[in-house]
Design a protein around this ligand. Structure first.
Ligand code: ZN
Length: 462
């Protein structure tokens, strides 16, 4: 039997912008019209609310939900030292499971309906299973990018490159790709391994027709794009993250290869990675997307990141004119651009642009309802997109739907035992914090550790 949902009286942001009703049938948007009558449909009153596509987060390490906030004052060098070579070495499979579940629920709660999870905490095959399970149990739409990165202290059987490749291929083939969560691969940073190993990692994804994502163009991987290009490994379905230290020519190579880019403004601004490449990416024809990256540092909502990204890019544009001792007469980058970065651009970068990322007839019903009755919305901003991007807060997200299924209604997550999540997440965090000192003493995977230390000292002394 067809399940029909009628969202009534909201202000839709999309092709048919303005006050409208929206009819959803079996998870697909079937109609957007000023008035729809559908007697047998379940009714959702959206009066006074914005109806927007769910946000798309193109880069998140959900596993770091378990160590929320520890990196508040850290640079990238400290992050590498204390998390990649520290906390990461203490993670058990159960820590990954609860972090992925809690982190994805946090995302849903804040209106993010699709997430690219970069899971580079795969110390054992059990960690991979746990990460996948956690993501699936949240009910979010996601890509689980299995990380090849060799976390220090993994048991010897899993340290071997060949074993990692075999496991990744088997794991991703077995999981298939039909439900809300599908697979992908997250490459090891290219400076940590030989190029032929990078080629092996990429081959796993291409053999299985899966997407690829990787950290690119920070000071520890400054010429990664050029090196991949030289090795003949650049291509479509590759989501390049950060790229702050990549040259304009390298951004052009990404565009020419059909790749996409994920910008994570808050980590990049804080941690000494350089200015977000938004302006430079636009100049070469790339469509910026936004990643939240880590809640081990800051909050997991898209509202803050849209604002940081937009205003930083505006500041960069403005500075060029200020440097000529002139005042900028106008602003080129608009709130509608930031909104696109956080929705349809992200969907397209993840290969999902034909199915999600906008409110359009024929697309999956991944949408959010955003309240506008708080004191911070009085009086109402006339431009709905401006209201969503620059005035709204995560707490305004009243309802969240994924494929027409309610994940949040009236401000509360649906079908979620929050007390269980809270207890499990806290117990995991207590363990990880207590294990930190020991983890920092670990001597396992000396090769990885010394490579990183060499990179860190090079980057900090150059
Ligand atoms: Zn990252």
């Amino acid at each position: 039997m067809t399940r029909r949902l009628l969202i009534e009286g909201g202000t839709v942001i999309g092709a048919a912008s303005g006050r409208a009703d929206m009819l959803v049938e079996d998870g697909i948007i079937r109609a957007i019209e000023s008035k729809i009558s559908a007697e047998d449909a379940e009714r959702v009153d959206a009066t006074g609310m914005i109806v927007a596509p769910g946000f798309v987060d193109t880069h998140r390490h959900l596993w770091q939900t378990g160590i929320r906030g520890v990196a508040a004052d850290w640079s990238l060098v400290e992050y590498i030292r204390f998390i990649r070579l520290g906390f990461a070495t203490a993670y058990r499979p159960e820590d990954v499971r609860i972090a992925n579940e809690a982190g994805a629920l946090e995302a849903l709660d804040a209106g993010i309906t699709t997430i690219a999870d970069f899971c580079h905490i795969i110390r054992t095959p059990e960690h991979a299973e746990a990460g996948w399970d956690g993501l699936v149990s949240s009910g979010i739409r996601g890509q689980f990018h299995l990380g090849f990165y060799d976390v220090p202290t993994v048991p010897p059987y899993y340290r071997d490159h060949e074993a990692r490749v075999i496991h990744a291929r088997d794991f991703l083939r077995d999981k298939g790709g039909s439900g809300l969560v599908t697979g992908g691969v997250a490459l090891t940073e290219t400076n940590l391994i030989p190029m032929e190993h990078t080629a092996d990692e990429i081959r796993v994804a291409r053999d299985l027709d899966l997407p690829i994502t990787m950290h690119m163009g920070t000071l520890s991987t400054p010429d990664a794009v050029a090196r991949l290009h030289k090795a003949g490994l650049l291509g479509p379905r590759m989501l390049h993250v950060h790229c702050n230290a990549s040259g304009d020519d390298e951004l052009g190579l990404i565009a020419d290869s059909g790749g996409a880019i994920s910008i994570t403004p808050e980590t990049e601004l804080q941690m000494g990675m350089g200015y977000p490449v938004t302006n430079r990416a636009l100049a070469v024809g790339l469509a910026p997307t936004i990643g939240i990256d880590i809640v081990s540092d800051y909050s997991g909502d898209m509202f803050a990141q849209m604002r940081l990204l937009l205003q930083t890019a505006r500041a960069i544009d403005n500075q060029k004119i200020l440097d000529q001792r002139r005042m900028p007469p106008s602003i080129d980058l608009k709130v509608a651009d930031a909104f696109r970065f956080a929705t349809i651009n992200g969907a397209e970068a993840m290969g999902l642009g034909s199915r999600i990322g906008s409110i359009d007839v024929g697309k999956q019903a991944d949408f959010i309802l955003v309240r506008q009755d708080g004191i911070h919305h009085m009086p109402r901003t006339p431009d709905t997109t401006a209201s969503l991007v620059l005035q709204a807060r995560p707490g305004d997200v009243d309802s969240v739907f994924v494929e027409g299924q309610a994940r949040k209604r009236h401000g509360t997550l649906v079908g979620v035992d929050l007390e269980r999540i809270r207890k499990s997440a806290q117990a995991s965090s207590d363990y990880l914090l207590s294990a930190f000192e020991d983890a920092m003493q670990c001597t396992g995977s000396a090769a990885t550790r010394s490579t990183y230390n060499a990179e860190v000292s090079r980057a900090t002394s150059a």
